[in-house]
Design a protein around this ligand. Structure first.
Ligand SMILES: Nc1ncnc2c1ncn2[C@@H]1O[C@H](COP(=O)(O)OP(=O)(O)OP(=O)(O)O)[C@@H](O)[C@H]1O
Ligand SMILES: [Mg+2]
Length: 562
């Protein structure tokens, strides 16, 4: 490796003895599905392709000795042919002479070395380094289910599409591609679920032939800004524990207008990887940014990571690759950026598609259809959300839609601003409590009517009128499905709100929270450690409120209430 410094052509005057060092990091994907990393410190501005290939070869031979690779057969690299062929750098072909200024100093440049054989590999061993850099794994969530894991992936997608430029499509598309069609001949397994089974046929593929080649998978696609190979926005952060970009946005989601639709859910920096490990044995993440012509991929293989087969020392390396975008991906995201997470060899029980559609609509309701802010009375659709090719705005079922249909009269609402009393802290959180009334209709409790509708939709309903949940909690517009509060003390006391007091059995409280509230790592409930959650849970209970280190201001859009 040459360390000779070329004569400087500085535009700014710099002291001669204070020369600026330049370092280039180049990751070169090799024709046999492996890769090497070259670090060139203060190199000559250009070098011949042959010299460059020699450097790569030296590095390859050196690292082969120290690195653990899978034992699979690899083809021999013909270095001579490679030197006569080209390097692919973000879609540009570099031949003959390699100019270092083409690359970005101090960031990882990914190049593919072609060997002229005309066959390019798309998957490379040990491409991304995911070695965890924190001990955050200790906080792994408990009570993880299929729904929780899927929601973790969708949270990521929602957070991603939120930052799309105006005018760009904000699409989230969830698909479960299961080879259900093979049941067709044998009869008994035929899907008699509510959703149209013919539609499923159309979705999976028109011909039996295409079904044969499709591997079963759960896929979550979003048209967000995507990830690439760059240092700041590397796809490696997807799997690297604690390397979250999402986390930095959390503080922006404190305050603002209820129902606080700012999907800045990322907090812990391991939601994605953990969800995939839970859902299946193998996960393929494919992502593309607008700037990059290529799609970068990363593959997590649960067993390999767990038995440390792919680890050498403390490293946690996984395979990855680089490819051209597929037509389908370009069609779904015309502005050219996306992220797709596909889970193969899943092992969890997957609900019927219609039930999944209803459930996801419940969890993300205000992001799918939202009629609160619009003065025109028009329903807004903050994001386009498809499950199995169907737009969730078209799905009429689910708990929220059914409940909305059966509520009557004026809603009563107010906001609470929570602040920590301790000196020197400025922690804040906000909540809106909205009370909705469910009357008796034709001698029947609306709540019973709602539960009957659920049963018709195929849900198992174990609640009765007495035990039916009177509190529903959303954080940043997203349902926390397991908050176990039967009611809030305020609802039982009612103070002067006599209508509430009399009818509290017929009132349901919809609570909207901002990011000042902290969820559990599985994001299904509120953390019981959090002062604000405790204060909210005890709201209206004179005895418990006193003990709290939290001050509360009750207001409606800034005007204080008593
Ligand atoms: N769909 C996506 N589009 C773009 N970037 C993504 C996407 N999904 C994940 N990422 C990137 O990968 C990082 C890790 O995601 P992950 O879900 O593991 O953690 P997080 O969202 O930051 O926090 P949490 O553990 O609370 O979910 C994110 O911070 C983000 O930088
Ligand atoms: Mg996340």
């Amino acid at each position: 490796m040459s360390n000779r410094r070329p004569p400087k052509r500085a535009l700014v005057q710099v002291d001669d003895d204070e020369e600026e060092d330049k370092s280039y990091k180049l990751k070169i994907l090799l024709p046999n599905g492996t890769n090497v990393t070259l670090t060139l410190n203060n190199p000559q501005p250009e070098m011949s392709m042959r010299n460059f290939v020699n450097l790569v070869k030296e590095e390859y031979e050196k690292t082969r000795k120290s690195c653990v690779l899978s034992g699979k057969m690899r083809k021999r690299i013909d270095w001579n042919l490679a030197a006569e062929s080209y390097l692919d750098f973000n879609g540009e072909k570099i031949r003959g002479m390699v100019r270092l200024e083409t690359f970005k100093p101090d960031s990882c440049n990914i190049l593919r070395l072609d060997d002229g054989s005309g066959e390019a590999t798309t998957m490379y061993e040990n491409m991304w380094d995911l070695t965890p850099d924190t001990d955050m794994l200790r906080e792994l969530p408990e009570n993880y289910s299929f729904e929780t894991a899927l929601a973790d992936l969708i949270d990521n997608s929602l957070q991603a599409v939120w930052s799309c430029s105006p005018g760009n499509r904000r699409l989230i598309s969830v698909d479960v591609l299961e080879d259900r069609i093979s049941v067709f001949d044998s009869g008994p397994g035929m899907d008699r679920s509510k959703e149209n089974s013919i539609a499923k046929w159309g979705k999976i593929g028109a011909s039996i032939h295409s079904v044969d080649v499709l591997e079963d998978r759960i896929s979550v696609f979003d048209s967000g800004p995507g990830m690439d190979r760059s240092k700041e926005n590397s796809i490696a952060k997807w799997g690297k524990i604690g390397a979250s970009i999402h986390r930095s946005s959390k503080s922006k989601a404190i305050g603002g207008k209820p129902p606080y639709l700012m999907p800045f859910f990322g907090m812990f920096g391991y939601g994605g990887a953990y969800a995939c490990m839970h859902l299946g044995r193998r996960t393929l993440v494919s992502s593309k940014t607008k700037q990059s012509k290529k799609v970068f991929t990363l593959q997590l293989n649960k067993e390999a990571l767990i038995d440390n087969r792919s680890t050498s020392g403390k490293n946690w390396k996984v395979d990855g690759g680089m490819r051209d975008p597929l037509d389908e991906e370009t069609k779904l995201s015309p502005h050219g950026s996306f992220t797709k997470v596909e889970i193969f060899e899943w092992k969890c029980k997957i609900p019927e598609i219609y039930q999944l559609q209803c459930r996801l609509k419940d969890i993300y309701f205000p992001y799918i259809q939202y009629d609160e802010v619009s003065k025109t009375g028009r329903t807004l659709r903050p994001v386009e959300f498809q499950v199995h090719g169907e737009d969730l705005t078209e799905i009429v079922g689910g708990e929220v839609a059914t409940t909305n249909l059966n509520s009557k009269g004026e809603e009563f609402w107010f906001q609470i601003q929570f602040c920590e009393k301790r000196k020197g802290t400025s922690q804040e959180a906000n909540a809106r409590l909205k009370f909705v009334y469910f009357p008796i209709v034709h001698g029947k409790e609306s709540t019973d009517i709602i539960m009957e509708s659920f049963e018709k939709e195929g849900y198992k309903v174990s609640e009765s009128f007495q035990t039916f949940g009177r509190v529903s909690v959303r954080r940043l517009g997203r349902l926390l499905p397991e908050v176990p509060w039967a009611s809030i003390p305020f609802m039982e006391r009612g103070a002067k709100a006599s209508t509430l007091q009399k009818c509290c059995q017929r009132v349901k409280c919809f609570v909207d929270l901002d990011a000042g509230f902290v969820p559990t790592p599985s994001k299904t409930d509120l953390s019981t450690q959090n002062l604000f959650s405790v204060a909210l849970k005890n709201f209206g209970s004179k005895s418990k409120e006193k003990d709290n280190d939290v001050s509360m201001v009750i207001h409606r859009e800034g005007t204080s209430l008593t």
